[in-house]
Design a protein around this ligand. Structure first.
Ligand code: SF4
Length: 443
């Protein structure tokens, strides 16, 4: 086993000093006097280290703010609530804020789908472009009859129409993550990662930063971003004006931009503070559990150690699926979708080399109307998509080739080896009792 890098206390003292000098220098350079220092604290090791640095440098003249997404492990919330008890000089209690999705927002959404779902709707993008989706408010159609069977088989209960199911699910729960997904009619996914914006950035901006700016304060926001985590992060500037705000009063400071994970844990040891206990329970990162971007190995760890978090995600999926027009259409499967004729023809474009000129040409080789059904393959650029009936909506998106599955499908995939086919003995033998921290935390 490789040895953890040894970092001496004197090295950490020098690093703290460097951050302090850099901070003072930036204040001078930007002409900032007595700013309000706000620490973005996620409960993770890097933002926690940033909090400890702020404590050392400002003597406690700062606010540490955490946005609870409602999808955090209870240990993270407990760690945040008790961090001030661990700091040698105590300092401020971490302020925990949460996004709120008021009942009026749900009422608006219910009104919108009550009108919108009555009409047929054409799919305007992707492989299904041109397909007409049916009205979801009628109970007297063949589609509705088949939808009722599918909905029952999925454990959704007895509803006459998809609209009835959606209206029953669209109510405020008070959990920010779930309320966000319900009002969007789906979970955040890939580029549409609205969770970070709505549950973290916006709530801190609205509740904490904007009131300070409006009160005329200069605000320096400290974040625990480290450059060695990705090329994108490496390109961030250590101190700059925040462009989200044109008042010229908001600044971003990345005190540990050049630090390694080993430096961060050495800082914890230096102050005698324990990081979030999730790091000693197999988690390589701390944030939502599960995060929509969770890595394969980490998902296997979560399933082995914290199965109740997976069950919670599965319950959320059932509720959120009912609010998605797309899912209602897709659960019915091939039997009934064939009645919805595509209004455009699917054309397969095949690039090939012209025998005479030797140049690449594109030829339309197939202009039959697309037919949807089990195992139907739709030509779409350079890949083909298998069309099947959805079984739900996975909070973690398609994993292991399963589209329209559930978090349980994702967990099954997480227990497989490379390529998702072969059962991986290493992954399967996770011992939920042992420590497998990636950072050598068990001394
Ligand atoms: S990206 Fe992950 S950690 Fe961040 S808010 Fe979304 S689910 Fe939570």
């Amino acid at each position: 086993m490789p040895e953890s890098p040894v970092i001496h206390v004197s090295d950490i003292s020098a690093k703290i000093k460097e951050v302090e000098q850099a901070f003072r220098r930036y204040l001078d350079e930007f002409g900032i006097n007595e700013p309000v220092n706000i620490i973005n604290n996620s409960g993770g090791k890097d933002s926690g280290a940033t909090d400890l640095l702020a404590m050392a440098i400002t003597g406690g003249a700062y606010r540490s703010v955490a946005a609870d997404t409602g999808n955090e492990h209870p240990m993270t919330i407990e760690h945040l609530k008790t961090l001030h008890e661990q700091r040698p000089d105590k300092g401020p209690v971490v302020e925990i804020v949460s996004a709120d999705y008021p009942e009026e927002m749900f009422a608006k959404r219910r009104e919108a789908i009550s009108k919108g779902w009555r009409k047929k709707q054409m799919v305007r993008a992707g492989s299904y472009r041109g397909i007409l989706m049916p009205s979801l408010s009628r109970a007297d159609t063949k589609f509705a009859e088949n939808w009722r069977s599918a909905a029952k088989a999925m454990g959704w209960g007895d509803y006459d129409t998809p609209l009835d199911a959606a209206l029953s699910a669209l109510h405020r729960t008070g959990n920010p993550f779930l309320d966000m997904a319900l009002t969007h009619g789906g979970f955040p996914l890939g580029r549409q990662r609205f969770c970070t914006d709505e549950l973290k950035m916006k709530v801190v901006l609205d509740r904490v930063l904007t009131p300070l700016i409006e009160a005329g304060c200069d605000v320096v926001q400290w974040s625990g971003v480290r450059g060695d985590e990705s090329d994108k992060r490496a390109g961030y500037t250590r101190f700059e004006e925040d462009r989200r705000d044109d008042s010229g009063q908001l600044y971003n400071f990345l005190p540990i931009h050049q630090w390694t994970a080993a430096d961060v844990f050495a800082l914890y040891r230096h102050f005698g503070v324990k990081p979030n206990p999730l790091y000693s329970q197999g988690m390589g990162r701390v944030g939502c559990m599960p995060c929509i971007l969770v890595k394969k190995e980490e998902l296997a760890e979560i399933a082995a150690r914290f199965p109740s978090e997976i069950e919670r995600a599965a319950e959320w999926e059932l509720q959120v699926a009912k609010t998605s027009r797309w899912i209602h259409w897709m659960i019915v499967g091939h039997v009934n979708r064939r009645q919805f004729k595509p209004v455009q023809r699917q054309i397969r474009i095949t690039p090939h080399l012209d025998e005479d000129s030797g140049e690449e040409v594109n030829t339309a080789t197939d202009s039959r109307p697309a037919r949807l059904g089990i195992n139907t393959r739709l030509p779409h650029r350079d890949y083909e998509l298998e069309v099947e009936a959805y079984q739900g909506t996975s909070m973690l998106g398609p994993r292991g080739g399963v589209i329209g599955g559930s978090v349980h499908d994702a967990v099954d995939w997480s227990k497989t080896g490379r390529g998702g086919k072969v059962y991986d003995l290493v992954t399967a033998s996770i011992n939920a009792e042992s420590c497998s921290s990636k950072y050598g935390l068990c001394e």
